[in-house]
Ligand binder design. Sequence first.
Ligand SMILES: Nc1ncnc2c1ncn2[C@@H]1O[C@H](COP(=O)(O)OP(=O)(O)OP(=O)(O)O)[C@@H](O)[C@H]1O
Length: 368
Amino acid sequence: MRVTRLDIGGLRRFGQVTLAPGPTLNLITGDNGAGKTSILEAMHLMAYGRSFRGRVRDGLIREGAPAVEIFVEWIEAAGRIRRAGLRHSGQSWEGRLDGASVGHLGELCAALAVVTFEPGSHGLVTGPAETRRRLLDWGLFHVELDFLRVWRRYARALKQRNALLKAGARPAELDGWEAELADSGETITRSREAYLQQWQPLFATEAASLAPALGTTSLTLQPGWRHEEMRLADALLLARGRDQLAGFTSVGPHRADWKIGLSALPGREALSRGQAKLTALALLLSQARLHAELAGEWPVIALDDLASELDRHHQARVVQGLIDTGAQVFVTGTEAPAAFEHLTEAGGHPIARFHVEQGRLRAEGDAR
Ligand SMILES: Nc1ncnc2c1ncn2[C@@H]1O[C@H](COP(=O)(O)OP(=O)(O)OP(=O)(O)O)[C@@H](O)[C@H]1O
């Protein structure tokens, strides 16, 4: 998919800006604090319903503005033009997709696929389980039409069971919601397992190319209960007493994680920050490739501050690899990364260059 228009209003230092990106490589430069990351952040917000820099109400909305407003138009591989709008005030949000209101942010997220690599991405490897769970589910939301529905069933049942636990409900009152949790939870787990199995060889190839020092790699699901020993229904039943004391559900796919195995290192804790970044990049790029295989088109790739994240050699390899796939790519930097020095076009199209200055965006060659 390719973004053809991006309108941003009220986001960080932007009053109102519009970007008409090129079809392949887009380079956004500007001084520190100019607003480069904010452009990628706007796309990410539409595609994930959240920023990669914290909560919407914690500074994403421009000082004095009532809400952040984003509009994205993109074209799918099959030629269908899609349009999505999101208005977020910090407390509430409104979304539109192809002219109709959406009732769940997940509908916007499932429509527009963006993969973002940014300075905090190493958290995918070294951070909490929730970050990895979200990444895994992101992939599934896009390629399994039913995943969002099952996931919502699970979330609803979890909320109900937790409320009953907190209220000190009788054990028999938990039966119905536990059956629902077990049924939807087993389905989620099967999907996650199958997805990780498909992801694994692509990740192994990407990691071997980007970070051969890590050795052989593997991805293993930790489903959130002792899955090899018992069904989720039994695990929930077994955990009842403990859960009643704690007031929340301690087992199930909401507690899942997945393990990144690296044969050359004792564990992810042993990764240097640079190695963790390369591992995260290998995860994101291989997931983008998996998405392309399963969904039939590449997601949009956003690489924030590439030059400060990767050395020249890795920059060139990553950018060239992406150009070869034909994906639409956005790269930000205080100046053009070394990898672009000799590039004037990508995939047969000129590189689209933009400059951000004091909250204003200018396309190169545009005198405004
Ligand atoms: N809520 C807000 N209201 C107004 N301005 C804000 C708000 N939040 C952040 N800013 C400003 O917006 C800018 C954020 O820019 P952003 O992080 O996108 O810049 P950048 O070009 O990526 O910078 P760097 O190269 O330093 O990473 C900063 O100048 C910051 O001071």
